[in-house]
Design a protein around this ligand. Sequence first.
Ligand code: ZN
Ligand code: ZN
Length: 369
Amino acid sequence: MAQRTWNRGLGGITIEDRGNAAGERDLPMIGFELVNGSVGDPCVYIQVPFTRANAMLDCGLNVSVPAGKLLRVADVFVSHAHIDHMIGFDWLVRANLTHDKVLNVYGPAPLAEQVQSRLRAYTWNLDTRAWVTIVCHEIGDDAITTTRLPCENRFVPGEPPRVRPLAEDVIPHPHLRVRFARLEHRITSVAYSLQAPPRMNVDAAALAEAGLAPGPWLRELKSRAALSLRMSPGGRCPEAGLPDDDRIDADGRTLPTKQLIRDLLSVKEGFKLVYVTDTLYTPETRESIVDLARNADVFLCEGMFLTRDADTARSVYHLTAQQAGQLAAQADVGELVLFHFSGRYADDYGALVREARREFPRVRACGID
Ligand SMILES: [Zn+2]
Ligand SMILES: [Zn+2]
């Protein structure tokens, strides 16, 4: 069983899988750092397992993040474009400007127009080479619209946007399973779920019972199961994406792949981190959040107000810390990390944590003590 180690970083918390005493790792974890703690602008630096292409959740002030880390950001998932969630975007572009790479930005409409407006505010008359290309993926009601903004074209779209219908609320990503939910902030605010790939375990007893010896064929079985899992509805059933007549050479015998997967493999869900911020608490948003956050290992959720200020929370379309605790309990998450605290509680931010803890025991906040 892998250990989870929480570290206080520079104004944030990072989570790392240090493995067990023998150094064995259980499941790849998604590292994260609340760049401005639980009090400052929302900005979460995400370490994606198995790659150096990292991510960010929201783009609040980020000048404290070393340039080398900003350079490793490949994807930015924006909840909405209020200034406290986007003010760091220009700095991110600045850090990546002269690098031949793609910087993907996801968020609710009208994201592409908002990003282009920011870039139009600068003068690009001198050296505009084939440096960074910003690709906006705008989440609409039933489609994602992708607009490419190449530096060499002065961040003006060189081609018409590509519109892709949305079958389910999933964003394709090479290393993570990314889901999202639309929330209510008087505009749409988008919540995100980032999940590492599942791990396939072989049941040694079932293998012996089937009279099969382990060998390289098990790797092939696992890889077919993993591919099928990615294609299955909801990403839960490892044999669903395979044709019935698919067969595999197992220890010298040709056997049906689906049956072998059912008999020999168990799927352990990958580490899941869910990010929810800036939303009104309604029956609909509650249902969407609980569905998105169910069994998350880490649930990052705003807890801006105390219950005594619930009327204010409602009027500005935000959650209370108590509601964040209730959501964590209903979604049965591992840990709740509270953030986006209102400055009005500067005398005692701990009160927000205490209110959430009355609903759910495992609550953390960062940079308030
Ligand atoms: Zn907002
Ligand atoms: Zn906000």
